[in-house]
Ligand binder design. Structure first.
Ligand code: SAM
Length: 249
């Protein structure tokens, strides 16, 4: 699902780059902070931390070697290091960071409660542990319209991002934080405009196999793929000609 950095950057990475500044503001990163970017991927959050903050040290950790290689190539600021590693067992001493931040990463970590406990362990007392995930509610137009069309063709479909632990709501995410003993929880919706040039632009991103929707689409037969594409086009455009897709996520 997450291997080829170029594919990721062209699909989900574009939203991460938009979301990162909002997430950084939410986590109130201060000058001199040591910040951990958990599940850093290709470095969308770290690059914005470099650009926007006076953090003294930024460490990105992710098990995907290709992503870490891409992040190292793209970001050369001396404050930043990227390491191949697992959020469930991090090689950092207790209380090493002022901020431990996970941008769109929590869902993809097998044992999320364990990762959350690790994020707490490596964060200094009084510091901030924060995670942002896609909203699974109808408010998230970008993702919602895909699964509505998929379910129209397959009423028994179990939406992959709707399984327990998908963190698609403030309540579920809050439970994860509370379970790790974190207190003084603060929840905020972060909304970005998701603009796509055309229907083809929208559809193409799913053919790369990136993310839960990409995985679902590439596993379909050609026939079902074509039917789903048509259903989506109809739901989004009806009889109107193809054009830009404006959604919020
Ligand atoms: C949707 S991507 C988000 C990447 C990046 N934070 C961004 O916003 O672009 C999810 C990331 O979680 C990472 N991931 C999966 N399992 C992980 C684990 N056990 N520990 C840390 N990261 C993990 C994946 O490799 C992937 O880079």
């Amino acid at each position: 699902m997450f291997e080829v950095a170029e594919k990721y950057d062209a699909t989900m990475g574009r939203w991460s780059r938009q979301l990162a500044p909002l997430f950084i503001e939410f986590a109130v990163v201060r000058d001199g902070d040591a910040v951990l970017d958990v599940g850093c991927g290709t470095g969308a959050l770290s690059s914005n931390l470099v650009r926007m903050t006076g953090a003294a040290k930024i460490v990105g950790i992710d098990p995907a070697e290709g992503f870490i290689a891409a992040a190292r190539k793209q970001i050369s600021d001396p404050r930043v290091t990227f390491e191949v590693g697992d959020a469930q067992q991090m090689p950092y001493a207790d209380a090493s960071f002022h901020r431990a931040l996970a941008l769109l990463a929590m869902n993809f970590i097998p044992d999320q409660p364990r990762a959350m406990r690790e994020m707490r362990r490596v964060t200094k007392p009084g510091g901030v542990v924060a995670a942002a995930m896609w909203d699974n509610s109808p408010a998230n137009e970008l993702i919602q319209c895909f699964w509505i069309a998929a379910r129209e063709l397959d009423p028994n479909l179990k939406r992959p991002s709707n399984v327990p632990g998908s963190n698609g709501s403030a309540e579920i995410l809050s439970k994860l934080f509370g379970g790790a003993g974190l207190t003084a929880l603060n929840v905020s919706p972060l909304t970005i405009p998701c603009e796509l040039a055309s229907f083809e632009d929208y559809w193409r991103r799913y053919l790369t196999g990136v993310g839960p929707i990409g995985v679902y689409v590439v596993a379909l037969s050609d026939e079902r793929k074509a039917a789903l594409k048509e259903q989506l086009r109809e739901n989004l455009f009806g009889n109107r000609p193809d054009g830009a897709v404006h959604a919020s996520g």
